[in-house]
Ligand binder design. Sequence first.
Ligand SMILES: Cc1ncc(COP(=O)(O)O)c(C=O)c1O
Length: 376
Amino acid sequence: MNRLLPQFRPSRLRATSFALALSFTSALHAGKPTINDGAVRIGSNENPFGFSPKALEKMKAALDAGNYYNHNDIGDMVAACAVKEGVKESYILPTPGSGPVLMMTAWAYAKPGVNVVTSAMGYTQLTRAFVEHGGDVKFAPLNAKMGYDFKALGAAIDVKTVIVYICNPNNPTGVLADPAELKKFVMSVPENILVFVDEAYLELADSGLAVNTAAPLVKLRKNLIVSRTFSKGYAMAGLRAGYGIANPEVLEKLKLFYAGGPSYLAAIAASESLKDTAHLDENRAKYKEVRDYVCKEFDKMGIKYASPQGAFIYFRSGMKDKELVAKLKSKNILISGSRESGVPEGAYGDWARVSIGTKEEIDLFLGEMNKILGKT
Ligand SMILES: Cc1ncc(COP(=O)(O)O)c(C=O)c1O
């Protein structure tokens, strides 16, 4: 850390449902995207409910300090993250979003003749970079409920395996792993193999982060990285803050590829967001409310879906995903097909992923879905 970061101080559908949405007392501050295209953005797992207003105030107050590097703010963020995770500051690597942690890991470990083991459907940022840098990917099947089959994952490990990548809750399925099974699996992987647990959406799970996170295991297992982002639960996707949690010896390997931390403004917002636990709770409640609502509507429409615990729902429309995505796009509603969501070619071609939006956005989506599928 010191070598590279010397500055660190260690509706349309149903009026009733819309009224219900309004009944949720909201102190959430939600901005609008800078692109003014009027699109309903429910394809990229962005948080429509907004980030902490306290974080916004702190950033506003610090805006005119932009002529300085202000590395002290990243130091403060690292300190706050270390307290939250119950680890020493040397276990935290701050990054602009969590994507860089995934990329650095791929770059540090990939080479011809080694592989990363992961599940058949999953977020592709790490695995794709791993392949681009000469490594292979081995996919293990999911269980019947589209959740992790840890037995199958373990069985896929071979002498060439250097990383096991798990995303929890998984993207695009949204399924959350059983915390005891996950922890048992992490500890059972041979010690020479790095386990990477991507917890980008974990704050949004109904049961919350604390009972589900694998982060405390970094004190028991050296070869483990847990990544976190402020993009999802904390609604700061454009601001770019995230971090990796791991033993400093593991982080040293990643730091060869380190290109810098978040901007001071993102770091200030991150530190403030961590303090504003009420705001995060409110965001989680909003997600639950809309997730449950979509599931109920899908049930009525006879649409099958995987049990969702993240910022999105993976569902079976029965129509080719590309066709569905295009039809919705023609109505300015953006969702994501199976391919863009990390599902291998040939599988789940009639499934797609819709991100959780506001109730109004979701009602527009459901209204169009009803028309497209001939349900109304
Ligand atoms: C599972 C998962 N991990 C990591 C990321 C990276 O996001 P960010 O770089 O904004 O933290 C994403 C983005 O959508 C994601 O879905």
